[in-house]
Each structure stands twice: as C-alpha cells, then as structure tokens.
Design a protein around this ligand. Structure first.
Ligand code: PLP
Length: 408
C-alpha cells in the first residue's frame, strides 16, 4: 500500500461490533469489568482491555496504532501535548548526573525544557548544528541521549539521520528525533536509523489546529545496555518492548500526561488527509520560497531551494521536499511587523501545520524570553518572520505576500 492508502486502511478497519467507520469517542474515565479477577488481570497487564483512561482508552489506542503503523514503529504512546511527549521520552531514560547532546536550532519550548531538566541534575550540551562533527567531541560516559529535530523549527536545518544515528549507536546512545515538521509523509526516520521518534501531533497530523497532542514512537531497535540505563533493567524481560513498557508503566502514567479521547478522535480524522495536505502545502512552500527568492525586499530560508545547503539532503532523505515552513528576513523588526500587519490571508498566530497559512515574528513571541545567543543559534533574528504554509491556492498566497512586501 502507498502512503494515502495506508493512512486509510493500515491496521484500521470498521468497528467490529457496530460497523462504525471511525473508532468512536470513548468519552469515559473508567471501564467496568464483570469480576474482580478480570479487573485484576487487566490491571496487571495479564489480559488485554481497558481500566482507566489515564492508562489507556480505545479512541487513544486507535490513534496510537495508526501513527505507529505510519512510522513503522514497534509501539506508540500518545501524550497530552508535543511537549509532554518530548519530556516523557527523555525522562523515561534519564536520571540525575546524565547528559544530553542536542542541537541548538530547536523549538523554543524544548530549549526551555532542557533548562528545567537542569534543575533535576540533567545537563544538556548544545551544538550549533546537529552534525556528527559537532556532536562527537561532546560525547562522554555520561551522555545518554542525542536529541535533534529533523527540520529544525524555525532554524530549518535538516539533520542527516543516517550519519548522526550511526555516531550515536557507535557510542551506545539512542537518537531521539522530533519529526514534527517532516511528518511520516516526508520520511520515516526509523528507516534511516532513528531510535525514538516524537511528533507534536497538534501540528500537521491534526492538520486543522483544533487539538493539542503529542506522540512517542519507539522503533524497538536500540540495544539498551542495562548497566548504562539502570532504570530500564526492571523491564529487561520485555525484550524489545523494554522502553515502551517502562514508559507506559512508569513516568508517562504517573505524570498523567495522557491524551484526551476527544483529541485523539480529532487527530484520527485529521490524519486521514495528511498525505493530501502535505503534498499541497509542501508544493505551495516551494513556490512561495521561489517567489521570496526573486524578491529584493526579503531574504529567504527554505531547505529545498537549490541555493540551500540542505538541498541534497532534502532529495536524499525527504523525497525532494523541504517541508512547509519558510523563514524570511525583512531587514528590520519594523519592516517585519509592517509586513505581517499588511497580510490579509496569512494569519498572525503561534502555530504551524494548520491548513491556513500562519505567520509569526518569533523574536518577540516564542523566543521573547530566550537569550540573544539562544535566538541566534536557533536562527531567530529581529527581522525574522516564520511562515507556516497552508493549502490555499498558491496564486492567492503569492498575491497576499506580494502586496504586503510592496507596502514596505
Ligand atoms: C509545536 C512543537 C512542539 C511542542 O508541541 P505542543 O503540542 O505545542 O506541546 C515540539 N516540537 C516541535 C518541532 C514543534 O513544532
């Protein structure tokens, strides 16, 4: 099956008892069992089934299954937000004294999270770019995770997954990759060697900007050394499922960052058009980026442009696409504000992956409390505008930006 067919049919069939064509919203907190013995079995993972929605729920499970199938993983765990997914994927294996290596071109919330983890004794060492050359010198015996974003938001650096995962594995460390901006439509990071893949499904997977959620997919491929990751030792008996078993029975369930059934349902609906939407918004992004490239008034950054250093990597790894996010530099903060204010179609909002084209001035919003150095290394300047390209007709989008740029 190809991508769009898999979206609709892979590991998904109409409900067995009712014939419902989508898994309905099981909007309940608890699931009753006939006998005490049966509930005991469900509680102790001895028998399949549901007990309490913080632990599992049929609508949420349907969403997890579908994303896991798309990412070709071993299993997936859905979370209340993308940040919950990033937090719990890391906290599942980290403890005080450990170190993480991460690229600095990350989503603002993730950079802040690494600061929070510092309070718990977990140190993050940042590289400018997520390249093997920059990561290798920072690896030591305390390094437990290499973390990166596939297409950094908003820096738009593309990571060479095969090269970085090879370096990680030769040092006995997993590569955790946030693939939010690429989506399974452009790449399955697991096929290139990533061990754990995270999505903020609030973005492209949901697609219409109507629910906050996140998901963690484990490949099951990483060979955990139980002395290096002592927290996992208790789950050794689960073999390849050790990471997922610990997550489900430990930090994820105990922090309580579960996904609400209603939001899981909205994601399942949105997911079915992921291929169509990505095809359209990535095509729009390339055309809009070319329009910006021809303009003398702004400077454009889009990884799939022939002029970008990431063009080859986009071809090799992202089916020739560069995703649907563009950044432009307008020359000054004043000009950036003026441009944003002159747009009629593109909406000024802090989100990406909506069907609508969205713009934002990151320096004064998402990165308002970041240091100058953090902003610079994330590719955020005083005149930067981030554009999350939607599925509108490209002629209308270009007209909108053309008019706004001329107003400068
Ligand atoms: C939005 C985003 C997140 C955080 O997701 P939320 O659902 O907002 O918590 C993490 N990583 C990336 C790349 C994002 O764009």
């Amino acid at each position: 099956m190809d991508f769009n067919t898999r979206l609709l049919h892979d590991r998904f069939a109409p409900d067995k008892t009712t014939g419902a064509t989508l898994t309905p919203i099981y909007q309940v907190s608890a699931f009753a069992r006939e006998s005490a013995e049966e509930l005991e079995r469900v509680f102790n993972n001895k028998s399949p089934g549901f007990a309490y929605t913080r632990i599992s729920n049929p609508t949420v499970s349907a969403f997890e299954e579908r994303i896991n199938a798309l990412e070709k993983g071993l299993g997936a765990v859905a979370c209340s937000s993308g940040m919950a997914a990033v937090s719990m994927a890391l906290m599942n294996i980290l403890r005080a004294g450990d170190e993480v290596i991460a690229s600095s071109g990350l989503f603002g919330g993730t950079i802040d999270l690494f600061g929070d983890l510092g309070e718990f004794g977990i140190t993050t060492r940042f590289t400018k770019s997520a390249t093997p050359e920059e990561i290798e010198p920072l690896i030591n015996e305390k390094t437990k995770v290499i973390f990166a974003e596939l297409i950094g938001n908003p820096g738009l650096e593309v990571i060479d997954i095969a090269a970085v995962s090879e370096l990680a594995h030769s040092n006995g460390v997993p590569l955790i990759l946030d693939s939010t901006t690429a989506t399974p439509y452009l790449v399955n990071p697991i096929e290139f060697g990533a061990d754990i893949v995270i999505h903020s499904s609030s973005k492209y997977i949901n697609g219409s900007g109507n629910s906050i959620s996140g998901i963690i997919v484990d490949s099951g491929n990483f060979k955990w050394d139980y002395e290096k990751y002592p927290g996992l030792a208790e789950y050794k008996k689960y073999g390849k499922l050790a990471y997922l078993a610990k997550l489900r029975n430990g930090i994820w369930r105990n922090i309580g960052g579960c996904l609400a059934p209603m939001n899981a349902f909205m994601n399942c609906v949105g997911l079915e058009t992921l291929g169509l939407r990505m095809e359209r918004c990535c095509k729009n992004a390339l055309e809009l980026a070319r329009f910006f490239e021809d303009s003398r008034e702004v400077e454009v950054n889009y990884p799939a442009l022939e002029s970008s250093g990431f063009h080859e990597l986009c071809k090799r790894q992202l089916k020739g696409s560069g995703g649907a996010i563009i950044t432009i530099r307008a020359g000054s903060r004043e000009r950036a504000f003026k441009l944003i204010n002159a747009l009629k179609l593109a909406t000024n909002a802090t989100n990406i992956g909506d069907v609508r084209t969205l713009v934002i001035h990151p320096a004064s919003t998402i990165y308002a409390h970041s240091s100058e150095e953090q902003k610079r290394s994330a590719g955020v300047f005083e005149d930067t505008i981030r554009v999350s390209v939607g599925i509108e007709d490209i002629e209308d989008l270009i007209d909108d930006f053309d008019r706004a740029i001329k107003s400068l």
